[in-house]
Design a protein around this ligand. Structure first.
Ligand code: BGC
Length: 766
């Protein structure tokens, strides 16, 4: 009772939360439930709906509507948070309106798409996942949270954990690839990186796992398209990373644009209430994606009032940009279509998050101008980003050990991505200052110094088609289209190529060829660049292809003709330095693919953890067999499998052994293997363990990742790597969607990628 009285007193003093905090006394605030309940009791219906409203500052517009008159709405208590507004000064000003001019002085949440770093930018998430290093991934999220919170942000719309088996979909760049096990580990690393162990600290922020759910499986790989999938596939393959993020305590969840079982996720009660809250026990709040409620009208679910009520009833708490909640829920309440307790509950969850962040103690706690000056884009953050970026690069081919390069002679750097710092950060890098990113050419020059001569030519535009280039270089991520003729561009490049000892060809996609609304039906390197590459190869000089990409590309031709290929994604603000580190051998490449590279678009969807079918190929060479599951015109095998990545050194696997050939439900097995560095460089290797359940009550994949360890081995050294297998690793969702392990025979594979045939057997017994 005493506490209650204190709160009421504080709320009635007329002082803003900020003024109270400024007076030097810590604001005495009651326990969360009491504080929030008291606050809700004071709110009008309009103020309650205001808390559920999330406009954008207008810097970035991706949906149907932009937000207008924001300042006035904040004053009227009609805004709960704002997103994609950048800088501590601007955020402080806006927060001031909320806590000094609105009646109840409730502070705002400030969200942003801090997807792979803030101003210090890390590789795009697909690249980051190729590090297979949970400490590094977590560290990247910690640094992102540190910088974002120093600049006023307290909520990020990340991690994006959508599993995808379809590289036509441009948003594969924003996720961690195709595997549910690896995806779950990364989801956990990201959530704990952003949120830390205490949201009340000033350098941690709310995470928001997205896009819930199944957004990575749109038909035809076309963004926002229909998703239709069996529950058994959902549970086994697509839902685990979202669940892992919820288990790790993510404070918020973003509903996806797609439909699930015929009902858009934003209005899907099974998804947002039965699964998320009841089965998984999620306690935070759900926000829609950008105009997700309004878009249900185009999905054919009814007018704005109908779809807004549908969303609230399904379990949405916050409405991003569309203002369906703000403008229609009052009417729905009067008509009995929603209840006041549902609205109160939604408000409670939003206020809880503000409380957890400590905004009621001090609404300006993330608005410290000094932190903004000293904690963002620091040299130590940049040097960590450089290390992380180097580990995200995947060496796909290295014939005759062309790489690492020597810093001697003349090196030609050619291609539209060579001097393209605007593109280095990759898609969804809202906070990045493009001018700060390091291009490949700049990175190489700084690495080589005066030791070798560096010659540069652009050689080609992104493609022949200028209109395509315009669509593919949005948001200022220009490639500075060159108006010279194609012949002029080629001949300038060939001239320097002929004068050089080695050619580095910087080719591939522009940053905005992947990401949102960037689906492709042709996954090859754009034709003009392919033609340039052919000309460069004709010179007979050694060519190293530095491949920029936001997705697995179809590089079947290049994999045959080019001697060395380094896949570099978009490696962030330090990209140029990191790529140079690998090209010249300061760092030995250790990245491993987390998404399968197809030989042709026709193989898609393509993924390693496929089913065997009733007619698998009988031959191991991939030769065509009539009436078997294969193609007339292409092999079944991918170009590069999941888990693949070369090193400058080589690793040998031997002595695979298992502690017992049987396991019971309450027991554990250990599997061990000796890994020897047999080459001439120290190096890191990701040792991967896969399991196959040979007989099941439902069909089981031919392999499933169940463990991995990244080890560091000096040349000549050997290490015994030990994995533990428990019953949890053998479980799957059966036809009744029960998570079970079934007795019978299992194979366990340990090797350097998902193609490994190095296996041993055991039995699960009663
Ligand atoms: C994207 C989300 C993003 C949101 C806010 C949407 O278009 O799908 O991933 O968080 O915009 O910028």
């Amino acid at each position: 009772m005493k506490i209650k009285a204190t709160i009421i007193l504080l709320l009635l003093t007329g002082l803003t939360f900020a003024q109270k905090a400024k007076k030097g006394k810590p604001v005495a605030i009651a326990p969360k439930e009491i504080f929030v309940a008291e606050l809700i009791a004071k709110m009008t219906l309009e103020e309650k709906l205001g808390q559920l409203n999330l406009p954008t500052s207008g810097d970035i517009v991706t949906g149907q509507a932009n937000s207008s008159n924001i300042a006035k709405k904040i004053e009227e208590g009609k805004v709960g948070g704002l997103f994609n507004i950048k800088s501590v000064q601007k955020i402080k000003e806006v927060q001031k309106v909320a806590v000094e001019k609105s009646r109840l002085k409730i502070p705002l949440l400030f969200g942003m798409d801090v997807i792979h770093g803030y101003e210090t930018t890390f590789p795009i998430p697909l690249g980051l996942s190729c590090t297979w290093d949970m400490n590094l991934i977590k560290r990247s999220a910690q640094i992102a949270a540190q910088e974002a919170s120093a600049d006023g942000i307290n909520w990020t719309f990340s991690p994006m954990v959508d599993i995808s088996r379809d590289p036509r979909w441009g948003r594969v760049s924003e996720g961690s690839g195709e595997d549910p096990y690896l995806g779950s580990q990364i989801a956990k690393a990201m959530v704990t990186g952003y949120q830390g162990d205490d949201l009340n600290k000033s350098n941690t922020i709310l995470s928001c796992v997205k896009h819930f759910a199944l957004y990575g499986a749109p038909e035809g790989g076309r963004d926002y398209n229909t998703v239709d999938m069996s529950k058994i596939r959902m549970y086994n393959d697509y839902l685990p990373p979202y669940k892992a993020a919820v288990d790790a305590g993510t404070a918020s969840v973003m509903a996806s644009f797609n439909e699930i079982d015929g009902v858009p996720a934003t209005g899907n009660k099974w998804l947002l209430t039965d699964l998320l809250r009841k089965q998984w026990g999620f306690k935070g709040f759900v926000v829609t994606d950008y105009t997700g409620i309004n878009e249900m009208t185009d999905h054919g679910m009814g007018d704005l009032q109908t779809v807004s009520a549908l969303a609230l009833n399904a379990g949405v708490e916050m409405d991003m940009v569309g203002e369906g909640f703000l403008t229609t829920l009052k009417k729905s309440l009067e008509e009995g279509k929603v209840s006041i307790s549902q609205i109160d509950n939604a408000v409670r969850l939003i206020l809880n998050a503000k409380y957890d962040l400590g905004l009621f103690h001090d609404p300006y706690k993330y608005c410290d101008a000094n932190r903004a000056k000293t904690e963002i884009f620091t040299s130590s953050n940049r040097s960590e980003a450089r290390k992380i970026a180097a580990q995200s690069l995947v060496l796909l081919k290295n014939e005759n050990q062309i790489l690492p390069l020597k810093k001697t002679g003349t090196i030609a750097v050619i291609g539209p991505l060579a001097e393209a710092k605007e593109n280095m950060a990759g898609t969804w890098s809202v906070a990045t200052k493009q001018e700060n990113s390091v291009s490949l050419l700049a990175g190489i020059k700084s690495e080589v110094g005066a030791s070798a001569q560096i010659l540069y030519a652009k050689g080609s535009n992104l493609d022949y088609d200028a209109a395509f280039e315009e669509r593919a270089t949005m948001f200022g991520k220009t490639l500075h289209r060159d108006n010279r003729t194609n012949e002029e561009l080629f001949s300038e490049a060939l001239k320097i190529a002929n004068q050089s000892d080695v050619i580095i060809a910087a080719l591939g996609e522009s940053a905005e060829m992947s990401g949102e609304s960037s689906s492709r039906s042709n996954l090859e390197i754009p034709q003009m660049q392919k033609d340039l590459l052919k000309e460069l190869l004709k010179t007979g000089k050694p060519v190293v292809l530095v491949l920029f990409n936001g997705r697995p590309l179809v590089i079947t031709d290049e994999s045959q003709t080019v001697p060395a290929i380094l896949n570099v994604w978009f490696a962030g603000s330090e990209a140029g330095y990191a790529i140079a580190d690998v090209l010249f051998g300061n760092e030995n490449p250790s990245g491993k693919l987390t998404a399968t590279f197809p030989r042709s678009v026709g193989q898609i969807p393509i993924y390693y953890n496929q089913k065997n079918t009733g007619r698998p190929l009988a031959n191991k060479e991939g030769k065509f067999e009539k009436f078997r599951s294969n193609y007339l015109d292409v092999a079944n095998e991918p170009l590069f499998p999941f888990g693949f990545g070369l090193s400058y050194t080589s690793f040998d696997y031997s002595n695979l052994s298992i502690s017992s050939s049987q396991i019971k439900a309450n027991e554990k097995l250990t599997v061990s293997v000796d890994v020897t560095n047999t080459g001439n460089f120290d190096g890191k290797e990701v040792v991967q363990l896969y399991i196959r359940d040979l007989v099941g009550s439902v069909t089981r994949p031919v392999k499933e990742l169940k463990g991995f360890q990244k080890i560091n081995l000096k040349k000549g050294d050997k290490q015994t790597v030990i994995f533990e297998i428990s019953i949890e690793d053998l479980k799957f969702y059966n036809a009744d969607l029960k998570h079970v392990a079934e007795v019978g025979e299992f194979e366990v594979f340990v090797g350097t990628n998902s193609d490994t045939t190095n296996k041993i057997k055991f039995n699960l017994v009663d």
